[in-house]
Design a protein around this ligand. Structure first.
Ligand SMILES: [Zn+2]
Length: 384
């Protein structure tokens, strides 16, 4: 049996649901024909010239990356544009490109699970949990005779779907009241006169991602000029999905040894691994976030962990965090912190498609920093 690109995409979308991606993100298939056969896949962190060449050289029909190629709006992919050239190179070689970015960050397991496993941590949960299925709650008052039609329109737009049930809604009879003012063209009643209308109040839930479609359906199906409705976000509930992970080491070890553990576990980079904090501080509980985890510094501190491992940390937030007694910080290369995910994504495809697809994990170091010059830490040189 030969797998198609569609089979691989289905496997990846199941493991890393696109609905988990940030609204600004660009995930999924960038190029490639879903009906084409796929015998070999290369998995990498970055869609850059090195990994595109690696995919072509390996005879892969698909390059899977964590980072998107076309994150900002594009209206063309001309071959004389650096990113357009990569799209042309892939298509000419008969290869597709698929990206799983913030959806892979939030999924369970996701990017930070791979990082935690590489460091020898036993994961206990997400650092910042994401709601498993973000929902809105919609309530609207509808004249009795129109209620069924409006309910059907809401259901057709995606409201009322909970688990294996559709058309979910709750209704109650009531009385609506209003006074049409000059300029109004009321469906019911006269200008300037108080109207009382037998109505049904409909309450239903909807996936937050369907908010626009469901509201449009309500306004189109409702007979009134100005339908009365309210829309609320349902409170977030804890789940095993979310950004970052918290984990535990088998036994406490000094920050110095833990930093060396991180360096040994991740691919080498010019920058290496650096840590902030007392080298003798015992480290047992650890928060990790693949990629850039600056924004979760306060969350890691609130979690009460001994250390936080992430990338792209900046001077002031790191300095203030350490000064305020937060967890020790271990700063790794953004690329290195996400590289362990490549094996995870390869396993997702292998598990779903058995031996029909050959999986290759990129060995190219696509960290943009290519030179590291170490300096002996002597006495202070200059105050700044
Ligand atoms: Zn990243």
């Amino acid at each position: 049996m030969t797998a198609t690109l569609r089979d691989v995409v289905t496997a990846l979308d199941t493991a890393y649901p696109p609905a988990l991606a940030e609204s600004w993100d660009a995930v999924g298939l960038v190029c490639g024909d879903p009906d084409e056969p796929v015998a070999r896949v290369l998995v990498a962190v970055d869609p850059v010239a090195e990994t595109v060449e690696e995919a072509v050289d390996a005879g892969a029909q698909l390059l899977v990356t964590h980072h998107p190629l076309l994150l900002r709006g594009v209206h063309g992919v001309p071959a004389d544009d650096p990113k357009g050239a990569l799209v042309h190179r892939l298509i000419r070689a008969g290869a597709g490109l698929f990206c799983a970015h913030t959806n892979a960050d939030r999924a369970d397991p996701g990017v930070s699970d791979a990082l935690a496993a590489a460091l020898g941590l036993t994961v206990t949960g997400p650092l910042r949990a994401a709601s498993a299925h973000p929902l809105d709650v919609l309530a609207a008052a509808v004249p009795v005779d129109d209620a069924e039609r409006v309910l059907d329109a809401l259901a057709a737009a995606g409201a009322g779907q909970v688990g294996d049930y559709s058309h979910g809604a709750w209704t109650v009879d009531g009385t609506g009241r209003f006074v049409p003012l000059p300029g109004a063209s009321p469906t019911v009643g006269q200008l300037g006169e108080l109207q009382r209308v037998a109505e049904i109040r409909i309450e239903t839930v909807l996936p937050r991602s369907r908010r626009g479609e469901v509201l449009a359906a309500l306004l189109a199906a409702h007979p009134y000029e100005e339908p009365a409705y309210s829309l609320h976000e349902q409170a977030e509930t804890a789940s095993s999905r979310g950004l970052g992970r918290i984990g535990e080491l088998p036994a406490a070890e000094p920050l110095q040894a833990f930093t060396e553990r991180v360096a040994a576990a991740l691919p080498a980079t010019a920058w290496g691994v650096r840590a902030a904090g007392d080298p003798q501080r015992p480290i047992r509980t650890v928060a990790v976030c693949g990629g850039a985890g600056d924004s979760l510094l306060a969350t890691a501190a609130a979690a009460g962990v001994d250390a936080y491992v992430t990338g792209d940390l900046r001077h002031h937030p790191a300095s203030e965090h350490v000064e305020s007694g937060g967890p020790s910080l271990v700063d790794v290369s953004h690329w290195a912190g996400e590289w362990p995910w490549c094996e995870q994504a390869a396993s997702v495809i292998a598990d779903a498609l058995g031996g029909t697809v050959d999986l290759v994990v990129s060995q190219r170091r696509t960290d943009p920093w290519t030179i590291g010059a170490t300096q002996p830490l002597g006495g202070p040189r200059g105050e700044c």
